[in-house]
Design a protein around this ligand. Sequence first.
Ligand SMILES: Cc1cc2nc3c(=O)[nH]c(=O)nc-3n(C[C@H](O)[C@H](O)[C@H](O)COP(=O)(O)O)c2cc1C
Length: 406
Amino acid sequence: MNGNQRTRRRVIHAMLATPVLAGLGTAMRAYGQDSDELITAADKALDVFDFERLARAKLPPAHFGYLATGVDGDATLKANAAGFSNYSLRVRRMVGVRNIDMSVNLFGTTWDSPIVIDPVGSQRAFHPDGELATARAAKSRKHLQILSTVSSTGVEDVTAARGAPIWYQLYPTDQWSVTHGLVRRAEAAGCPVLVLTVDLQGGSNRVTLARAIPRDSRDCTSCHTSSRTRLSGFITGKPMFDGIDISAVTDLTGLDMNWDYLKRLREIWPRKLVIKGIVTREDAELAVGHGVDGLIVSNHGGRAEDSGRAAIDSLAEVAAGIRGRVPVLVDGGFRRGTDIFKALALGANAVGIGRPYIWGLASFGQEGVEKVLDILRTELQTAMRQAGTRSIAEIKPSFVVDNRRG
Ligand SMILES: Cc1cc2nc3c(=O)[nH]c(=O)nc-3n(C[C@H](O)[C@H](O)[C@H](O)COP(=O)(O)O)c2cc1C
C-alpha cells in the first residue's frame, strides 16, 4: 500500500466508525474488494486473497517472510502482478457455453484443468501436513503436482498421498553425486517428468525474508540447524537428501551449469525433461535445440533476479518463438481466472500457481488448498464462458489485446 492508499483507507475507516455509516461499513466489507476481515472457514473465501490475509495472520513472521519474499526491491514480484493489466480480454458473444472443457494434455496424460501446483519448498513451514495435504488436495481436485527438491516430505510419500505420479523438480546442486542420488530416487518413485530449475544460478537477495527473520522470536533450532548460512545447512534434514553425502554442496544449481549439462542429465534420466525458469525467446529456442521436452516460463515468482519484467510478458515472446513445438507452461503472479485465461490465449499450455495454494494450505490445510483450486477453476470457467470459448484450444491470441500496442 502506498501513502495515498493508506490515507484513503484511514479516512474510510474513520467515516465508517461513525454510527450512521457503520451499517454501510459492514455492507462494504461484505463486498470484499477492500476487506481486511479474516475468513473463518475455507468455504467463506471469495477469492484467493482471502487466504493470503489469513496466512499472513496465522504464520510466524519468518515463515510468512519466506513465502512472501521477492528479491532486492521486489520489482519482479510487483511486475508479475501488474503485468496482467497490460493485457485486456477481447471477448466474443452468442456462443453456446453450457459445456466447458478445461482439460489439457501434457505428455500423453490428460488433466481436467490447466492449473498446475508448482514446486514450493518446505511446506511443513506452512502447515503440519505440508506436502501431504497439498497432494491430497491435488488428488481430490485432480491437478498435476510438482514436488520441490527441498520438500519437507519425500517423493515416495507424496506420490502415495497423490495416488498418482507427480513431477519432480530438481535443484541439481553443484555435486554430481547428489544430482544422481536425487534423480535415481525420483525415477524409482515413478515420476514421469523431471523439472530442472535453472533460474537461481547467480543467487538471490531475499530482503523481505531477511527483514522478517529477526521479528520471529521463536526458538527455531529444532528445525533449522545453526549452519544454515552454508547451503549444506539449508538442505540438511530435507528428506530428499537422506542417505546422500551433502557435505561438499555449496550451491543449489551449480555456477558452472550450461547447456551441456542437459546432455549429462539425459544420460541418467530416461523420461521427459522440462526446464523451469526460462524468460526469453532465445533461451527457449536453445532449450528446444538441446532436446528438452517442455518449458516453464518462470522468474521463480519474483524470487530470482530483480529484472522488473513480468512473467506474462516473457510468456508472450517465448510462446511466439516455440510455436507449439513443445508444451509451454508459465507461472508467476497468477491470482485470478482471467490471469490464467490471458496466459492460455498467449500460448501457454498450462499455468502454475505457487503462493496462492500455500496461502490456502497455511489457512486450512488440505481444505484450504482445495478451495484455492476450486476458486481459480471456477473463475477460469467463468472467463471462458464470458469469452465464448468452450475448450482450451479455442482460447486463441485474438482473445487478448496488448494494451501497449492497442
Ligand atoms: C515459498 C516458495 C518456495 C519455492 N520453492 C521452489 C522450489 O523449491 N523449487 C522451484 O523450482 N521453485 C520454487 N518456488 C517457485 C515456484 O515454483 C513458482 O515458480 C512461483 O511461486 C510462482 O509464482 P507465484 O508464487 O506468484 O504463483 C518457490 C516459491 C515460493 C513462493
